[in-house]
Design a protein around this ligand. Structure first.
Ligand code: NAP
Ligand code: HSE
Length: 428
């Protein structure tokens, strides 16, 4: 039987896992896809680098065009990362009729529509299961599992590095900078961790999930993004006292065809299943009008979990080829994108203020909320341990973002309010 030939771009963490699975599960993969699968050529930056798997010298190349222009190669697996050069290679491969499997969320969040259009023009498959939440099959779940339902909310812990940091801060009372260093030493966070800790990695993943969930072309610039670098151990301790865990949540919501999408540290009620997701694990919570609440949990990164998703895409491409249906079932967003205004985005909020500890201050503060029609769920006051100020923690009922912004602006100019220490969205 003629083998299905793969060109692998990248032999790092994920690429190595792909080789292990393709070689180790050969019979299983052939039984499901209908063909033997062979990795013919592998692109690396440096052929002389030591590898943790044995690969014959002639399989490696440092020239991507050896793979893209090779007429024997049927499918390209892109696990090299990067954006501009990678996009050029993928578009060139599609023009030559090669199918694509990629784990690259940066590329798909920024250039997904252009790549999918090119694939449709050339009758090719483009699959990207590993681009969001590594080993959790969430993309196939959204496209196929929920095709019968109308999704109204997606909440995701989709960045393992930040979840590791926040879990450690919560469980050990550790400070952000110390845990970040540890995450870098363990290899979870990049040496430049900006994309993880400032929420950009999660925003790219939420762009992909929002597009699939709401059938509208969400752009990365539609996502409002705030990272975890300002989360203090005091915020986490106060949250815990009130029954919340701080999590970096991607939240995509739809109401009457209007969408909002954000990434931000969020106080999640301890009874909500997302509050129990700890360490480098990921989870995606999806609410559908018909199905109600669902949640998908698993490893969001790492060699073998991510490679599992990549190779599952490969099996789907080979199966489609054997059935002669490649490129027939591309995902086409059919809804016009309508974004919510700040008046339409509503949530509960947690606010920690440092205020003068004297008569009438609490009344002034609650008056500001009343003026902007923000209703309060609870108010808690503590004397501060280190200075003569009082700490006030307020949890609001659902309030729109525009009103909340007006409240906070008014606090900034109030003499009795010394600092707005923190503001969090509340979920659960
Ligand atoms: P990695 O360990 O840094 O590996 C990258 C591989 O690509 C290396 O083999 C490198 O060659 C090769 N490469 C990079 N740039 C190249 C270039 N310009 N020309 C030739 N070869 C090049 O990366 P990774 O962690 O496997 O991640 C790969 C992709 O998967 C990224 O898009 C990432 O976002 C995505 N992803 C990763 C994970 C994860 O857990 N790691 C999870 C989900 C998604 P050398 O080996 O010679 O240096
Ligand atoms: N840096 C990412 C994370 C890797 O921490 O989740 C997986 O995309």
């Amino acid at each position: 039987m003629k083998p299905y030939k793969v060109g692998l771009l990248g032999l790092g963490t994920v690429g190595t896992g792909v080789v292990r699975i393709v070689e180790g599960h050969q019979h299983h993969l052939m039984s499901q896809s209908g063909s033997p699968i062979e990795i013919s050529k592998i692109l690396v930056k440096d052929k002389s680098k030591a590898r943790s798997i044995s690969i014959s010298e002639e399989k490696l190349t440092e020239n991507p065009w050896d793979i893209i222009e090779n007429p024997d190669i049927d499918v390209i697996i892109e696990v090299m990362g990067g954006i501009d050069q990678t996009k050029e290679l993928i578009l060139a491969a599609l023009e030559r009729g090669k199918h694509i499997v990629t784990a690259n969320k940066d590329l798909m969040a920024l250039h997904g529509p252009e790549i999918l259009l090119k694939a449709a023009e050339h009758g090719c498959d483009v699959m990207y299961e590993a681009s969001v939440a590594g080993g959790i099959p969430i993309i196939r779940t959204l496209i196929e599992g929920f095709s019968s339902d109308r999704i109204t909310k997606i909440m995701g812990i989709v960045n393992g590095t930040t979840n590791y940091i926040l879990s450690k801060m919560s469980q050990e009372g550790a400070a952000y900078d110390d845990v970040l260093k540890e995450a870098q030493q363990l290899g979870y966070a990049e040496s430049d961790p900006t994309s993880d800790v400032e929420g950009f990695d999660a925003a790219r993943k939420m762009t992909i999930l929002g597009t699939l969930g709401f059938h509208a072309n969400i752009a990365l610039s539609d996502v409002s993004v705030k990272g975890i670098s300002k989360v203090s151990k005091e915020d986490i301790a106060y949250g815990k006292k009130l029954g919340y865990e701080v999590k970096l949540l991607g939240i995509a919501e739809r109401q009457d065809e209007h969408i909002s999408i954000s990434v931000q540290p969020t106080m999640v009620k301890q009874s909500h299943p997302l509050a129990a997701v700890n360490g480098v694990f990921n989870a995606v919570y999806i609410y559908g009008e018909a199905v109600g609440e669902t949640m998908f949990y698993g490893p969001g990164a790492g060699e073998m979990p991510t490679a599992t998703s990549v190779v599952a895409d490969l099996v789907a491409v080979v199966r489609n080829s054997n059935l002669g249906i490649n490129g027939r079932r591309g995902f086409v967003p059919y809804q016009e994108k309508k974004l919510k205004t700040d008046e339409q985005i509503a949530s509960k909020n947690f606010i920690l203020l440092h205020v003068e500890d004297k008569a009438g201050v609490l009344a002034q503060i609650t008056q500001v909320f009343a003026e902007h029609e923000v209703s309060l769920e609870s108010v808690l006051q503590h004397p501060n341990q280190t200075n003569p100020l009082a700490e006030i923690i307020i949890i609001t009922h659902d309030a729109n973002k525009a009103s909340m912004n007006k409240v906070l602006k008014q606090f900034e100019s109030m003499g009795a309010v010394h600092a707005i220490k923190s503001v969090y969205r509340v979920e659960g």
